[in-house]
Ligand binder design. Structure first.
Ligand SMILES: [Zn+2]
Length: 353
């Protein structure tokens, strides 16, 4: 995500007006020097053009190509796709195809050690996850996965140097999997407020889910029905670093829901409750509104994925208490008592304080 330089100018003038302020210095790991060059290879340009991306500023940097400023692609993947003559399984908001395989309902997200120590960034990741998961009738279920939990990780949120003016960078889904990294430039984002960090993380994770910038009007083909040409408050607008998150717009919701409709039978396990909950808390979920109570099974696991409890009260309000502080997984699945079929467990991460 690029900065909006008008906002920067205003901020700069304010800082000048109120005098010198100390700039926090953060040392990010990894080499500072990378070679960035504009792509001239016509086959690579054609590949991006076939996906509907703007082609005037595709750049290559180390092992990635970058389109539209902050959407990175694995170079080996792109070159393999070109070799196979295959360019059509990559689509974004303007498309009718899903990028992440049908059986990938749970997408595990981890915050890398070089960023998790900054509590506001870590909490912003959790809130970004909660916001995307709040879209009902959509099968994308992002799961915050704490360090030490032995799960294959789909998306790693990491700190890295993206150069001046670039706050964050998502990566494009490949081979049926969500984009593997979101990189946040700490130097560029230290002054952001918590709601601004949330906006940034929702935006970049959106790229990893295959959402393009919502204000790209060229080409206008395959627009998702109902999404407007201009969606002023969309979290997927370009050049929005520094924007404050308020809510997903209806078009943001329509877009991700259109790309990833809920698997059949519909399992909606949106649990309304804080990721950080006091012990003895009551969490409510809306799943019971869609099916009778006895169609749901709930269970609680500890962070080592050991089963602690199967809940017997599976109605829309679930009370669980008596567990010590710590990290837990609350899981739900939909069952059909008539044929003993059930969906995979859907997971929600809870940190009891
Ligand atoms: Zn972007």
């Amino acid at each position: 995500m690029k900065r909006n330089y008008f906002v920067l100018l205003v901020v700069a003038l304010i800082i000048l007006a109120i005098g010198c302020q100390k700039k926090n210095e953060i040392v990010t790991s990894g080499p500072k020097k990378s070679t960035v060059s504009v792509v001239k290879d016509s086959s690579v340009i054609s590949f991006f053009k076939s996906l509907g991306f703007k082609t005037n500023n595709i750049v290559e940097k180390d092992s990635i190509y970058i389109a539209e400023g902050d959407i990175s692609f694995n170079k080996v993947y792109v070159l393999n796709q070109i070799k196979k003559g295959k360019t059509t399984d990559e689509v974004g908001r303007h498309s009718y195809q899903s990028l992440i395989s049908q059986n990938r309902t749970n997408i595990y997200v981890r915050v890398a050690p070089n960023i998790i120590t900054f509590a506001n960034y870590d909490n912003a990741v959790r809130e970004a996850i909660r916001q995307w998961n709040s879209v009902t009738n959509c099968r994308v279920n992002l799961i915050y996965t704490p360090a030490g939990v032995n799960m294959p990780i789909d998306i790693t949120i990491q700190a890295g140097d993206l150069g001046t003016g670039l706050c964050g960078q998502g990566s494009w889904p490949t081979s049926g999997l969500a984009g593997s990294t979101v990189t946040i430039d700490l130097d560029e984002t230290l002054s952001l407020s918590f709601p601004q960090l949330i906006f940034l993380l929702i935006h970049e994770i959106g790229h990893n889910l295959g959402l393009r910038h919502s204000d790209i009007t060229n080409p206008p083909n395959n627009v998702i029905p109902g999404t407007p040409v201009f969606d002023a408050n969309s979290v997927m607008r370009s050049a929005t670093c520094g924007f404050t998150f308020v809510a997903l717009t209806q078009a943001d919701i329509d877009a991700v829901r259109f790309m990833y409709p809920a698997n059949s039978p519909t399992l909606v396990t949106q649990i309304s409750g804080p990721s950080f909950a006091p012990a003895f808390s009551t969490l409510t979920h809306i799943s019971g509104a869609f099916y009778p109570c006895n169609n749901y099974e709930w269970r609680l696991l500890n962070s080592d994925e050991q089963l602690l409890a199967n809940f017997t009260n599976n109605c829309a309000e679930l009370t669980w208490s008596g567990y010590p502080s710590g990290e837990y997984y609350l899981e739900c699945r939909l069952t059909n008592p008539e044929n003993n079929a059930s969906t995979p467990w859907n997971r929600y991460y809870v940190n009891l304080e």
